[in-house]
Write a protein that binds this ligand. Structure first.
Ligand code: NAP
Length: 228
């Protein structure tokens, strides 16, 4: 199947790409990014794209896409303003979603939202995520799976340091006890790929559902490729 990944240079997106390239069921991994990826691979197609408000020029490339994973986004404290957070979290995601769905009305869409997303939250980021979830549901209906992970530990690190990792470090030894709030990038990536393959995953999926989907996702020997 052909998989599209939005946000492929981030903690979650890069993990999705890494895992998908180990799984030959993903015949093509199409990464859409504003900058080159650190990895190259015969099954990886990188599309460099400048204007994330408009993906219509890529529509013909999207017609064969079976599933998309959207790991585009930013942490609320990293945003300069509400407008910037909204642009990246909502406007860019919906621009891609609408063009993708027009190109293939059967496509599955997996969206990384966040723990606490709610239209009635007192936190702005949580309301914007919920708004995006709703707009995606209107677009994809039952073909949408929403993931609401808690803090995601970056198993393979991250390119630029994030103070959130420092804050969370003391809690990592207690991760099993805090499983509702803490997960890691490999677990989230595998759960996303499981849903992308068409398996049933509860939506919205919080950490317990993400953990379960990730544990069930397995790369059968016949599908595993040795290096990515
Ligand atoms: N990390 C966590 O603990 C956590 C927890 C819950 C939910 N989430 C959600 O999960 C998603 C992924 O998180 P992450 O930690 O993987 O984020 P990340 O490491 O910051 O990666 C974000 C991705 O989005 C892209 N991006 C950001 N701003 C962009 C812009 N203006 N134009 C084009 N691309 C842009 C980045 O591209 P560049 O590399 O080019 O900047 C990167 O590929 C986010 O929506 C986040 O809200 C994260």
């Amino acid at each position: 199947m052909r998989l599209l990944v939005l946000g492929p240079t981030g903690v979650v997106g890069a993990e999705v790409v890494r895992e998908a390239l180990h799984d030959a069921r993903f015949t093509t991994v199409m990464a859409i990014s504003r900058r080159p990826l650190a990895v190259t691979h015969p099954r990886l197609e990188t599309l460099l794209h400048a204007d994330f408000r408009d993906f219509t020029d890529l529509r013909s490339r999207f017609s064969g896409v079976d599933a998309a994973i959207c790991a585009l986004g930013m942490a609320w404290p990293q945003a300069d303003s509400e407008a910037q957070y909204r642009a990246v979290t909502n406007d860019y995601v919906m621009a891609l979603a609408r063009t993708l769905n027009a190109a293939n009305p059967e496509v599955r869409f997996c969206f990384v939202s966040g723990h606490g997303a709610s239209a009635t939250s007192r936190q702005t980021w949580a309301r914007i995520k919920a708004e995006t979830e709703d707009a995606l549901r209107d677009t994809f209906g039952s073909r949408l799976v929403v993931f609401r992970p808690g803090y995601i530990y970056p198993v393979h690190g991250r390119e630029t340091g994030y103070w959130g990792d420092t804050v969370m470090r003391p809690f990592m030894p207690f991760r099993r006890l805090l499983g509702r709030y803490i997960t890691d990038s490999v677990t989230v990536a595998r759960a996303l790929l499981y849903a992308a393959l068409g398996a049933a995953v509860a939506s919205p999926a919080g950490n317990p559902q993400i953990e379960a989907a990730s544990a069930t996702y397995a790369v059968p020997r016949t599908h595993e490729v040795s290096s990515a």
